[in-house]
Design a binder for this molecule. Structure first.
Ligand code: ZN
Length: 268
């Protein structure tokens, strides 16, 4: 079900990892961000778009991970943007993206995965008539990751950041990834300013009002604890967590190793 979370901004949540697809209504058509995962998701979203008269005219992928670069023929043959690094990484890893989707997303259209076009160098907005959609690029979680800021009506589409169910997931290749992650949190906090009233994470529930600040604070506290070598005692990987219990604890251990390595090498 597509739910309107702010004027002309809609979210549909998949069963798979509570993934959020986002639709932004412009004056001539809609922007579709990270559409969903398996074939049923994509078909249901296409049905909802049809019922609601929302016609995608442009797409956007927040980052080049397989669950964020899917598409379906029913959304139309429109340009799907990402940052330059997102487009390049998707093109370079297209086989890997298809393999993951083939394994984990039954019914997804494999030959439409990862066809991402780089936004022109000078372009800091996703083109959508009647709307301002600013691209906020950073280096946390994945190369070429970007959030989208809609100053009006005050929504941040966060990509895989600021989740209530996932801890920060560090990209394993970067030696200073926790520092880059903290810098990205600063960037997103500044983007939210005092006007953003809703934040849509890639996975989990929409944050509203004061919860936005508490999510930023929780992610910072998690990373700072790792840097200090102490247990973050984060409920998202605690004994009461119900999401991702088969993989999040492993991701948490990888995070801890990565940050410990960075801290001991003196990089800052
Ligand atoms: Zn994701």
């Amino acid at each position: 079900v597509l739910t309107e979370i702010a004027d002309g901004v809609f979210v549909r949540q998949s069963e798979f990892c509570l993934s959020n697809a986002i639709v932004v209504r412009g004056s001539d058509g809609a922007l579709l961000v990270d559409p969903g995962v398996n074939g049923d998701d994509l078909a249901e979203l296409a049905d909802d778009l049809e019922t609601m008269g929302l016609v995608p005219i442009v797409g956007f992928s927040t980052h080049p991970h397989w669950d964020h670069v899917l598409w379906d023929a029913r959304f139309g043959d429109v340009v799907r943007y990402g940052t330059r690094e997102c487009a390049e990484t998707s093109a370079a890893r297209i086989g890997e993206l298809r393999d993951r989707a083939a394994e984990e997303a039954p019914g997804a259209t494999l030959d439409l995965i990862g066809r991402i076009a780089a936004l022109p160098e000078s372009c800091t907005d996703v083109p959508l008539s009647g709307r301002t959609v600013q691209v906020v690029e950073h280096r946390a979680h994945a190369p070429g990751h970007a959030a989208l800021l809609l100053p009006e009506p005050g929504v941040l589409v966060a990509g895989d950041m600021l989740s209530d169910v996932e801890i920060p997931l560090l990209h394993p290749s970067g030696p200073v990834q926790d520092l880059e992650y903290l810098a990205a949190l600063d960037l997103l906090e500044a983007a939210c300013g005092t006007t953003v009233g809703a934040v849509v994470p890639g996975h989990g529930s929409v944050a509203r009002g004061p919860e936005i600040r508490s999510r930023i604070a929780a992610d910072r506290a998690y990373l700072q604890a790792l840097a200090e070598g102490v247990d973050p005692r984060d409920p998202r990987v605690g004994p009461d967590a119900s999401y991702g219990t088969d993989w999040l604890p492993g991701a948490h251990e990888s995070n801890a190793r990565l940050v410990a390595l960075r801290a001991s090498s003196g990089l800052m």
